[in-house]
Design a protein around this ligand. Structure first.
Ligand code: IMP
Ligand code: MG
Length: 231
């Protein structure tokens, strides 16, 4: 299971990041992963619904779990507490980057206890299935103007950093009162540009991960944990 070591430093300006130690568990078989996930769910729905998260044909793509469902929820709550404190008295606008950040954002927002609004952007980053090129196109822009507002971009993962670099420049040019980044995951070893990410959930090794919003070819976003893509 995930083993964040408190205070072990962030990267790329992350003041709130957590680093994994050497992976402490052997590769987990997909069936074990599914069983473990099901075991953590509350017994409020029938079995047939509870085993839904991993469609049979996809289970072989689910590898080692890097961040378990409970660790995710605990960390999201901590981030929300910190954000609530930092922005006290300043109405906050969360900008979610579709689609991967939706799951993280909705859990995060539920635990923020100051006035907060949400808007979304959709961007396409050209590149291969697992590498972004840095050439970014806006597919859906914000619905609201952000001039003079406190804006927090919520992302699923910072990989090369190129997508966020583009978003920071683009949104920064609209004169927000402040503009910060909250990313659930970061892969510091993959970074191509230095980024000031103020809030980071977990640092992970250079592996392609799926679950909790993160996809591989649009699959696996519905997993309640973050796992390595098995291929
Ligand atoms: P970047 O521009 O290289 O930082 O890539 C950012 C985007 O690539 C993220 O918002 C994700 O959509 C996607 N991405 C990067 N790494 C992963 C991964 O390990 N799993 C799933 N998606 C990823
Ligand atoms: Mg993606």
């Amino acid at each position: 299971m995930a083993r964040p070591a408190a205070g072990a430093g962030g990267t790329a300006g992350a003041s709130d990041g957590r680093r994994f130690g050497v992976p402490a568990r052997r590769a987990t078989r997909a069936s074990t992963v599914v069983r473990a996930a099901v075991n953590t769910l509350h017994l409020v729905v029938p079995i047939s619904e509870r085993v839904a998260p991993v469609p049979a044909g996809d289970a072989s793509e689910v590898g080692e779990v890097l961040v378990g469902a409970e660790a995710l929820q605990r960390r999201v709550r901590e981030l929300a507490d910190t954000i609530s404190r930092d922005y006290a008295g300043r109405p906050l606008l969360l900008v979610g980057v579709l689609k991967g950040a939706v799951f993280f954002l909705s859990d995060l927002m539920r635990h923020i206890d100051i006035p907060v609004e949400v808007d979304f952007m959709a961007v396409a980053s050209y590149g291969s299935a697992t590498d972004s090129s840095g050439v970014v196109r806006i597919l859906k822009d914000l619905d609201v103007a952000i001039e003079g507002r406190d804006v927090l971009i919520v992302e699923d993962i910072i990989d090369s950093g190129l997508t966020l670099q583009y978003l920071l420049r683009n949104l920064g040019s609209r004169d927000p009162a402040s503009l910060e980044v909250c990313a659930l995951l970061t892969k510091p070893d993959r970074r191509k540009v230095d980024l000031p990410a103020r809030y980071v959930g977990f640092e992970i090794p250079d592996r392609f991960v799926i679950g909790y919003g993160l996809d591989y070819a649009e699959r696996h976003r519905n997993l309640p944990f973050v796992a390595v893509l098995e291929r």
